[in-house]
Design a protein around this ligand. Sequence first.
Ligand code: ZN
Length: 236
Amino acid sequence: MGARASHYQNLTDLPQGKSRDIYIELQKAILSHSLLPGVKLSEDEVGELFGASRTIVRTALQALAHSQLVTIEKNRGAFIAQPSVKEAQEVFEARELIEPRVAGMAAKIITPKDIEILQNHIKAEHDAIAAGDKGEALSLSGFFHVIIADIAEHDVFSKIVRSLISRSSLIIALYWKRLDTTCESHSHHALLDAFAENDVQAAEKIMKSHIVDLHSGLDLKSRSQSKQSLATILNK
Ligand SMILES: [Zn+2]
């Protein structure tokens, strides 16, 4: 249980110190859609904004690349990742296949303590939405799925789900067409009910329809580009 709790907030191991602050702030800006895909993150500019050396900035950018939020191109630098329509389709197809199975496995072995953790997580997500913190709400709603994969205690699936969720968050930030919250709480509450009953079939079914629903909420055509400067976006 303790081991699980340690990585609830993030999808990958975070860098330390100042690099961590830069990582978290940029992650938020990316997931709240303030920093749009394709925007260049110059090491010098980021370093100036955060009062950090290039080495520290580079560590943060590499961690963001590891989370697939940023792509680093040789001799060109770092850019906010721009998942293609094809990639978006593939990520959600994979989620539709894997996550119902994972939810069923979790339903079988879930403990009351795990259920409490998921409930607290839903509450944190509501708080973030109430506070208007879209980026935080988006990363929390994705992380709900990662916790379920951890509960299922299947290391291979857990790693795959982590990677899929990290990519999904950016895809949702980029292609989401609805105005409501991303992982509408209805499905998450319904999943909790199924978990509380150790109802494997219901958990599989609810997860499947939840992901199909998320997939259908994506507008896999439109895309916009940011014209604002990095400093304006980050309020520096
Ligand atoms: Zn969800």
